[in-house]
Design a protein around this ligand. Structure first.
Ligand SMILES: Nc1ncnc2c1ncn2[C@@H]1O[C@H](COP(=O)(O)OP(=O)(O)OP(=O)(O)O)[C@@H](O)[C@H]1O
Ligand SMILES: [Mg+2]
Length: 343
């Protein structure tokens, strides 16, 4: 019993949790599905607040929480339980003082894992990134979610070959889209048993409120950061769109260094370029990084109002440059041929 209970979390609202209209709306919708008896699944790109929302939702359900993180190596017994431990019995016989006789025998011991604990006691299960586990490991969930029965492996003992799922049991799932590295396709049957809510990057107010809550800079400084990150995201020119984590990293770094964007613009520029180039590239290709750094440079300059006149002229020059050297050559040829015509 004690072993089982050590895996249980007490749901408590996070101290810096931000609840904007956007968050409230998602939470209330999810809560209404949970109340109607359906598991909820938050699906979306990295950094869209899935895990945080799942924990928040769990705290609203007001039942103890067990959390599982999807893992490629998982088997069903990692979810349900197995003969993990040994009970060791040691007998020390000192009947004749000079002879030490010991006897050990080991009895395999069944330990319920988190899923079984949640089903048995009616806790809230958060299965974070469940599609990182192989689909066959998750098969056990099919009957739990539909028939409210859990098949128990033979080794567990007990009279019944199944466990009746407590009516208070609820499940919240999160996952990244299928194109993410290390993610399996979710089984159709499993997905059909849950209500999937697709999340996207936060709206402006929420992204700003989260940045403010995490770093406690001034609102104006946070606005500058959020505008830069969102500008880069909206440019659509990154391998991976930057997330609210980018805003948080920049804001926290500024905070610890006691800097502000306007008073230390070159340090701020460097920081934004480092953090955002790192966040948006997987393999670190130099071309991608240079492209991102250039866009960030423009965005920072625009936000800080530095090099504004250059900005417009430069942008025009850059957009011509972006039409690549081929165009330059073409233009050159054209002007040469025009020159030929006029002469
Ligand atoms: N409502 C919120 N209030 C405060 N902070 C939040 C809120 N939502 C998300 N965050 C913060 O934003 C960041 C990203 O959120 P989270 O980790 O929940 O995203 P995720 O979608 O689970 O990402 P991943 O797919 O990478 O696991 C975290 O630092 C988290 O603390
Ligand atoms: Mg997460």
């Amino acid at each position: 019993m004690i072993d089982e209970m050590t895996t249980v979390l007490e749901p408590r609202p996070l101290s810096d949790f931000v609840e904007t209209k956007y968050i409230k709306d998602i939470t209330n919708r999810a809560l209404s599905y949970i109340k109607a008896g359906f598991p909820v699944h938050f699906r979306g790109p990295s950094g869209t607040g899935k895990t945080t929302l799942a924990m928040h939702l769990a705290s609203r359900i007001e039942r103890p929480v067990v959390m599982i993180h999807g893992d490629e190596e998982f088997t069903t017994s990692d979810l349900v339980g197995g003969e993990h431990g040994y009970r060791i019995r040691k007998v020390v016989d000192r009947f004749i003082s000079r002879v030490l006789k010991t006897e050990e025998d080991m009895v395999k011991r069944w330990v319920d894992n988190r899923l079984t604990v949640a089903c048995k006691y009616g806790f809230t299960l958060i299965y974070d990134e469940f599609t990182r586990s192989r689909p066959e490991a998750n098969n056990i969930l099919l009957s739990i979610l539909q028939e409210k029965m859990m098949d128990l492996p033979v080794g567990r003992g007990g009279e019944q070959p199944y466990l009746k799922v407590d009516p208070d049991f609820t499940a919240i799932f999160t996952s990244n889209p299928e194109e993410y590295a290390g993610v399996h396709r979710s089984q159709d049957a499993l997905r059909d048993r849950m209500i999937t809510m697709d999340l996207d990057h936060f709206d402006y107010d929420t992204e700003l409120a989260i940045t403010l809550a995490k770093a406690r800079l001034t609102k104006q400084d946070c606005q500058i950061i959020v505008n830069i990150v969102r500008g880069l995201r909206e440019s659509g020119r990154c391998e991976f769109a930057p997330t609210v984590r980018g805003c948080i990293m920049i804001a926290k770094t500024l905070k610890v260094q006691k800097l502000t964007p306007s008073k230390s613009s070159s340090a701020f520029m460097q920081m934004c370029q480092d953090i955002l180039a790192s966040e948006t590239s997987r393999v670190g290709s130099k071309t991608n990084q240079d492209r991102v750094k250039e866009i960030v440079r423009e965005l920072v300059a625009k936000e800080l109002g530095i090099g504004k006149t250059i900005d417009v002229a430069e942008k025009a020059a850059q957009s011509t440059a972006a039409i690549e050297t081929v165009d330059v050559k073409k233009e050159k040829k054209e002007s040469e041929s025009l020159a030929g015509v006029s002469s």
